[in-house]
Design a protein around this ligand. Structure first.
Ligand code: PLP
Length: 485
């Protein structure tokens, strides 16, 4: 690691990245939002084996421009509206750069005291912005940890809850353990349960529909628990979601939390996307009831401008550590106040960990909470704007009630023909995305093929939303005017 080479090449790299962002805005025609390459395209362009001798950075960056960038789907394009955004920012990028540059590994307090202590402090800051109850804060016997992803977060809490219940009911009861979520819950929950040894047939995914805007009905949860108890099963986990992946539906945390509390069940709140919006007082109501949850997770890389990856998870008390603690001799160390020291290796699956709190700290400091709230509000307003366009066109309909920055919409059926309608919406999605001008995604709700328009890319402005609607309308016109269905 030669510091002068780093200085020289680092500047070149920063220029390259800055140019990428500038070109993404100024020359969108050169950057199809959804990559248009075919599978295997790269193998034909690169040699079969690694070079024996060093190659110049310039040559490598030329290859990035010519061979890699065409194979990128441009998540940071202002015309990216698919899935949920992966929001970047200058502060998030600088934080990533600093973290990669310092390259410390804070698996125990000793291995980088600042990495551990900053994470504890920054997650307390963020918990306060979210108005989480005191027992999620380090000062209140709980605390936060930055997981890589939402999938890792739900896995560790399922393992912690499983260990907690097995301590109570005995290790031989694994096959009786039952979990509850809705049919809208992210697929990572099922995966976490299976990794945790929960039997597939004991994963109850409760039915949702439009009557609750696809939120999980507490009555179904209560009925399922009663029926499971009567049959000798052991209910131990509810996964509630605030902002589901399909349609940003909200499970009602207040009644679900009461049920969880009554039955001594662990409740986890997956607020990967929408939890970020809860730093705004007007959206905080969606996590009311979190006081009865045992854990909550948000993805700051989705909508808090913290660059991939950064998934803060808060838990109450020491249950997580009890489940994940390891004490090999080679990691032993002595500090004067050992019991007060956090060792993040005991809060996650892996041992090694990145210094992610640095970028979250930088995002919070370089923007300040009020700006972050306003960025989120801007996105919600842009989504409202798009929703108004849809609502004004009789050929389209908004399908679900919008709470945040996701609009679920579709071309309406003609003469009640739902099958044809699904086909047309599917075709419209493919056509629009093949233009490379915008990228939107889809879901299926109650058998209806739905188009999803999710605002969240930091460069998106009103003109991009207006243009996106123009493109959608233009390509929809071939179905509308020919009255093909
Ligand atoms: N939960 C919800 C509600 C999500 O929308 C997602 C991803 O979109 C996840 C969990 C998984 O998050 P990650 O991709 O960070 O594992």
């Amino acid at each position: 690691m030669d510091s002068e080479v780093l200085r020289e090449q680092g500047h070149i790299m920063v220029d390259f990245i800055a140019d990428y962002y500038k070109n993404l805005e100024d020359s969108p025609q050169d950057f199809p939002v959804l990559s248009q390459v075919q599978p295997g395209y790269l193998r034909d362009m690169l040699p079969d084996s690694a070079p024996d001798h060093p190659e110049p950075l310039k040559e490598l960056l030329d290859d990035v421009s010519k061979k890699i960038i065409p194979g990128l789907t441009h998540w940071q394009s202002p015309s990216y509206f698919a899935y949920y955004a992966s929001s970047t920012s200058v502060a998030g990028f600088l934080g990533e750069m600093l973290s990669a540059g310092l390259s410390v590994v804070g698996f125990t307090w000793l291995t980088s005291p600042a990495a551990t202590e900053l994470e504890v402090i920054v997650l307390d800051w963020l918990a306060k912005l979210l108005q989480l109850p005191d027992n999620f804060l380090s000062t209140g016997n709980g605390g936060g940890v930055i997981q890589g992803t939402g999938c890792e977060a739900v896995l560790v809490v399922v393992l912690a809850a499983r260990d907690r219940i097995m301590k109570k009911v005995g290790k031989t009861s694994l096959s009786q353990l039952v979990v509850y979520a809705s049919d809208q819950t992210h697929s990572s929950f099922r995966k976490a349960c299976l990794i945790g040894g929960i039997h597939e047939e004991n994963i109850r995914l409760l039915k949702t529909d439009s009557s609750t805007n696809y939120g999980m009905p507490p009555k179904s949860v209560e009925e399922a628990i009663s029926s499971d108890l009567a049959e000798g099963f052991i209910p131990f986990f509810i996964c509630a979601t605030v902002g589901t992946t399909s349609s940003a539906a909200v499970d009602p945390l207040v009644p679900l939390g009461k049920i969880a509390k009554n039955y001594g069940i662990w409740m986890h709140v997956d607020a990967a996307y929408a939890g970020n919006a809860c730093i705004c007082p007007e959206f905080r109501k969606y996590i009311d009831g979190v006081e009865n949850a045992d854990s909550i997770n948000i993805n700051a890389h989705k909508w808090l401008f913290a660059n991939q990856t950064c998934s803060p998870l808060w838990v109450k008390v020491g249950t997580l550590i009890n489940a994940l603690k390891t004490n090999p001799e080679y990691l032993e160390y002595k500090v004067s106040k050992r019991n007060e020291v956090v060792n993040y290796k005991d809060w996650q699956i892996s041992l090694s960990r990145r210094f992610r709190s640095l970028k979250l700290w930088m995002v919070l400091r370089l923007y300040g909470a009020e700006n972050l709230r306003n960025f989120i509000r801007d996105h919600v307003n842009l989504a409202r704007h798009f929703e108004d366009y849809v609502a004004q066109d009789a050929h389209f309909e908004v399908v679900t009630t919008r709470y945040f920055s996701l609009v679920c919409f579709r071309l309406v059926p003609v003469d009640g023909d739902e099958d044809k309608c699904n086909e047309r919406n599917r075709e419209l999605l493919a056509t629009v995305n093949s233009t490379g001008q915008i990228f939107i995604s889809h879901t299926v709700l109650s058998g209806k093929f739905i188009l999803r328009f999710a605002v969240g890319a930091p460069l998106t402005e009103e003109k991009h939303v207006t243009e996106a609607w123009r493109i959608i309308q233009k390509h929809a016109s071939k179905f509308i005017h020919k009255k093909k269905y």
